[in-house]
Design a protein around this ligand. Structure first.
Ligand SMILES: CC(=O)SCCNC(=O)CCNC(=O)[C@H](O)C(C)(C)COP(=O)(O)OP(=O)(O)OC[C@H]1O[C@@H](n2cnc3c(N)ncnc32)[C@H](O)[C@@H]1OP(=O)(O)O
Ligand SMILES: O=C([O-])CC(=O)C(=O)O
Length: 397
């Protein structure tokens, strides 16, 4: 049967017998504006990314993750006093209830840390479920709690699954250093901490990507911010989105050596496989974040020793440019981030949870923006199922 649009915008899909004009169906909503937003802008032809008008490259070089979080959520750079207060509040709320830690001890150690994070993020709603969505203080407190506690939960699951007790956050350490400390039980090298903080800035926001769209749809029902973040975490986990960062390293290992790059790519492209860490709905050039992350990886290699997987990654980029470049397919943010995290000694299945730590800033900025001009998301669909038909009793089927 021909598709039929359900809902209040009626008319035929092909326009043959309906007076109302129906927007064309675009799989994946490609090019369809689904919201208005003042948070982030992407110029996908020139490879430019700004948060609230500031270049992401400028922020990565000069700001901190908490300052950038403030900027994203409240729209302007904080004054020194505002930043100090925000940092102190976040620091005071880093601890996670022993009940949540005990719950995490019941999770299977073999489970993926993104699943552990989604469940623990949602569980925060059990403790702080009050919804005062029109109260700026409630918004501030919820932002502080989520930004502060998500990293603690990621680090806690890492230690719990190794059979250890989670360690408490260190009040004397800034955000990035404290996370690395909670993960590794060692105070990180200052360069490593600075580079990690820059990675968080680069992953903090990216307009209406799949997980942020999820966050906004969930927010539009006026549910609590813990449910908003939990639904976004679940969306980020998929291999077409944030989950690609761990698959990139698996792909590089599968390729194995530089002489295998071209035959491996040729076969993968012939089999219509997606090359992980390549391609983007918005960018038709190399993702500007990939350029910066590559530079950060090189800084780490200069200081802590080279990684031969990086040479392989560069060969893949070169060979892929010839084959996929003409289609506008280049490395995205996930291509080089794993090499940075690997050099920092972070286990591979924590790459996407780290992405989630950073993106919580963007999700919350969109949550707040959605609440400011809310209308529930409820698009229409094109029905392609059966025409109304007669019920057939079980014994007659
Ligand atoms: C944080 C992030 O989410 S960044 C993205 C992380 N995801 C990945 O790295 C996974 C690999 N990449 C992809 O799957 C895609 O490029 C996405 C999901 C990022 C974007 O998808 P879309 O905009 O829907 O592009 P779509 O999948 O329709 O691809 C368009 C064309 O480019 C090709 N293409 C896109 N990405 C790739 C890729 N990574 N490798 C090979 N071919 C690709 C498709 O096969 C398709 O070709 P065709 O027109 O000949 O059929
Ligand atoms: O924008 C997208 O579709 C995916 C992405 O790069 C991100 O979320 O950082």
């Amino acid at each position: 049967m021909a598709g039929r649009v359900s809902g209040s915008v009626q008319g035929s899909v092909d326009g043959a017998h309906g007076a109302a004009s129906v927007p064309p169906f675009r799989p994946g909503l490609e090019g369809v504006p689904a919201t208005q937003s003042a948070i982030c802008d992407i110029d996908g032809q020139r490879g430019l990314l700004t948060y609230r008008g500031y270049g992401a490259d400028v922020l990565a070089a000069n700001s901190t993750f908490l300052e950038t979080t403030y900027l994203l959520i409240w729209g302007a750079l904080p004054t020194a006093a505002q930043l100090r207060e925000f940092e102190q509040e976040v620091q005071m709320h880093r601890r996670v209830s022993f009940r949540i830690r005990d719950m995490m001890k019941c999770f299977p150690a073999s489970g993926h840390p993104m699943d552990a994070l989604q469940s623990s993020a949602a569980s925060l709603g059990l403790f702080y479920s009050r919804r005062a969505l029109d109260n700026p203080e409630y918004i501030y407190e919820a932002v502080v709690r989520l930004i502060a506690k998500i990293p603690t939960m990621v680090a806690a699951f890492q230690l719990i699954r190794k059979g250890q007790d989670p360690i408490q956050p260190r009040d004397d350490l800034p955000f990035a250093s404290n996370f690395l400390y909670m993960l590794t039980e060692r105070e990180p090298d200052p360069l490593a901490a600075r580079i990690f903080d820059a990675c968080l800035i680069l992953h903090a926001e990216h307009s209406l990507n799949a997980s942020t769209f999820s966050a906004r749809v969930t927010a539009s029902t006026l549910t609590d911010p813990y449910a908003v973040v939990a639904s976004a975490v679940g969306t980020l986990a998929g291999p077409l989105h944030g989950g690609a960062n761990e698959d990139v390293l698996a792909m590089l290992e599968a390729i194995g050596s530089e002489d295998q790059v071209e035959p491996w790519l040729d076969q993968a492209i012939a089999e219509k496989q997606k090359i992980m860490g390549f391609g983007h709905r918005e960018y038709k050039v190399k993702d500007p974040r990939a350029v910066i992350l590559q530079g950060l990886a090189e800084q780490l290699f200069d200081r802590f020793g080279h990684d031969p997987l990086y040479d392989l990654a560069r060969r893949v980029e070169e060979a892929a440019a010839v084959r996929l470049g003409p289609k506008g397919i280049y490395p995205n943010v996930d291509f080089y981030s794993g090499l940075v995290y690997r050099k920092l000694g972070i286990p591979r299945d924590l790459f996407t949870p780290i992405f989630a730590i950073a993106r919580t800033a963007g999700w919350l900025a969109h949550w707040k923006e959605q609440l400011g001009a809310n209308r529930i998301f409820r698009p229409s669909q094109i029905y392609t199922g059966a025409e109304p038909r007669e019920w057939v009793p079980l014994e007659a089927r």
